[in-house]
Design a protein around this ligand. Structure first.
Ligand code: PEP
Ligand code: MG
Length: 587
């Protein structure tokens, strides 16, 4: 991933949130410095040049003292410091930046950033390996200067006044969730994968996003014009007028296609031979219930409640939980609302950040494990869910179950909370449905035991794939291995659906695979009862479901289960989609 194609300025990554955006970039580097394109009044130019001078002096002093402190250094390190000092003492370089300030009225930090990135670009294009290897030093020097210029005055993205594309090394789900959609029109990151929570949040906010671009933070300088194409997974830096026009047409075509699909919203989600397939939405915030309904979702198949924690600076109270659930139920008005208990940990940190970071957070204290070790917090949430259950068809779902004991412990706590409410005379739905997510291989392999004690399964493929294939879902370097159509994944899913049906419980899916066009026909054929997807994807999935015959999907599933490679499976499913909705494969 992060492959450059055609020319230096088109970068290929993974499109994780659809749509096209053309805007000015703000760049957050790995240390989250934001260097906006800013100017200063003419009267402040002298002050700005002095700030620049001081930053060069302070930075070279810093490097000199580092040299001294290190004593007898090996030659390699000596070389690095010498190169840094050479640049920091270079009057021509400083004059170049200072001219930029005086001629363009730029702030010192913006002038530094633009100039150093320009030099880095030129260096990286030269065939002389000694020079091209100095590129990292240039970025280092830029960072050092920015540290002196910006220091603790780091800016956040809360005070934007014009539309921008955020270019960052990586973003946390919480950072992404806090973006003001009015101004953040696109996201491009070096890191990340299709099912990272940052990608999921971008999708739910409707912000076009491309991740796994590898070095986009190096290619883009603040103030550059950038196109983010979340459908094709590309980012174009400083496009020419012709490309901008072409993309404006492409963006308009996408919107038109979306409008056409939106017309399906009121139609039932039924295969051409008349089988109803439940189509639901995944949400992170209560406000998304409304868009789920507008897009034709029948209910909420996954409410990721941990965002209540991630957004706030305190642990949510029972009332805050309750209000969020009641708001979701009221907005939706009908249909089931599946509330998943907090899935904190891994890339979704808790407020109480761990003092010693976990070595393998995705294998660590996350999700139901965290809840079972923080019982009061868990009980607060369960109380709120139970109280909300009298207002609608509320169901409760436990995440990351790996064994029967964990499920039983969670159910005991649920029973205890019910008893407390009973004693206090507080109303709740005693027959509230209880389900679990199947997102670990151990849960899939012991589905027979688990099915006896729950009302439904929802397959969480985002995690199930990462644990089955041993591929970190947020690591862009191995994203090519993260394949929902890997035969191991399909066989495991088949096993879960078969077992669930044998025990007369319904089996849904709320992982991103349920919205993956190439997976939908197979899942349908495997007998999946419910698809829960990001609300913006509901129309596409519905179009596909309503264009397929269940019998042909079953035939497809039977065929591909015997295949040994994901590529063969892909070709087979493409044949079916080409017959059913040819337009889907042409984009
Ligand atoms: C999953 O793992 O598939 C899932 C839906 O949960 P999350 O993406 O929140 O981990
Ligand atoms: Mg999960």
């Amino acid at each position: 991933m992060g492959v450059r194609v055609e020319s230096m300025d088109i970068i290929k990554g993974i499109g994780v949130s659809p749509g096209v955006s053309i805007c000015t970039a703000v760049v957050l580097d790995a240390e989250d410095y934001r260097v906006p394109r800013r100017t200063v009044p003419k009267g402040d130019l002298r002050k700005e040049v002095q700030r620049l001078r001081k930053s060069f002096l302070d930075a070279s002093e810093e490097v000199s003292s580092l040299q001294v402190a290190q004593g007898d250094l090996d030659n390699k390190i000596k070389d690095i410091f010498a190169v840094h000092l050479h640049f920091l003492r270079d009057r021509t370089l400083r004059k170049k930046i200072s001219d930029l300030i005086q001629q363009q009225f730029y702030t010192a930090e913006y002038a530094v950033s633009v100039t150093m990135r320009d030099i880095a670009k030129n260096f990286s294009q030269t065939p002389d390996t000694y020079i091209s290897e100095r590129v990292n030093d240039i970025y280092d020097i830029e960072k050092r200067l920015l540290r002196h210029l910006i220091g603790s005055r780091r800016e956040d993205l809360k005070h934007l006044t014009e539309p921008v594309i955020v270019v960052a090394h990586d973003l946390t789900p919480t950072q992404t969730a806090s973006f003001d959609k009015q101004f953040v029109n696109g996201i491009a990151t070096d890191a990340g994968g299709r099912t990272s929570h940052t990608a999921i949040v971008a999708r739910s906010l409707g912000i076009p996003a491309v991740v796994a671009l590898n070095e986009v933070t190096r290619e883009v300088a603040a103030g550059d014009t950038v196109i983010v194409d979340g459908n094709r997974g590309t980012v174009i830096v400083n496009p020419n007028a012709e490309t901008i026009e072409e993309y404006q047409r492409h963006a308009a075509a996408i919107v038109e296609h979306e409008h056409e699909l939106d017309e399906l919203a009121q139609l039932p989600s039924e295969t051409t031979d008349g089988t109803h397939i439940a189509l639901m939405g995944n949400i992170e915030f209560p406000s998304e219930a409304e868009i789920t309904m507008r897009k034709g979702g029948e209910g909420i198949g996954l409410y990721r409640t941990e965002f209540l924690y991630l957004e706030a600076d305190h642990e949510p109270t029972e009332e805050e939980h309750y209000q969020a659930y009641v708001d979701t139920i009221r907005t939706f008005g009908h249909g089931p609302i599946i509330i998943r208990t907090m899935d904190l940990g891994a890339d979704k940190f808790t407020q109480k950040r761990l003092i010693s970071p976990e070595r393998n957070p995705f294998l660590g204290l996350r999700s139901i494990r965290y809840c079972l070790q923080n019982i009061n917090m868990f009980k607060t949430q369960i109380r709120a869910i139970l109280r909300a259950s009298v207002h609608g068809d509320v169901r409760i779902m436990f995440p990351l179950i790996t064994n029967l004991m964990e499920l039983r412990q969670a159910k005991w706590i649920l029973a205890e909370v019910k008893e407390d409410l009973e004693e206090q005379g507080v109303a709740y739905d005693d027959s509230i449905a209880v389900g679990i997510m199947i997102e670990t291989p151990s849960a899939a392999l012991t589905a027979d035991d688990l099915a006896d004690e729950v009302d439904f399964f929802s397959i969480g493929t985002n995690d199930l794939i990462q644990y089955t294939l041993a591929v970190d879902r947020v690591n862009e370097k191995i994203a090519y291995l993260y394949d929902p159509l890997n035969p191991a994944v399909l066989r495991l899913i088949n096993q879960v659906i078969t077992v669930g049906h044998r025990h007369n419980i319904w089996v849904g899916m709320c992982g991103e695979m349920a919205g993956d066009i190439l997976s939908v026909p197979i899942l349908l054929g495997l007998g999946l009862d419910e698809f829960s997807v990001s609300p913006v994807i509901i129309p596409e999935v519905k179009k596909l479901i309503t264009s397929l015959r269940l019998s042909e999907a079953r035939e497809l599933a039977r065929t591909v289960l015997a295949y040994r490679s994901a590529d063969d499976i892909r070709s087979e499913v493409k044949k079916v989609i080409t017959r059913a909705v040819p337009a889907f494969l042409k984009r």
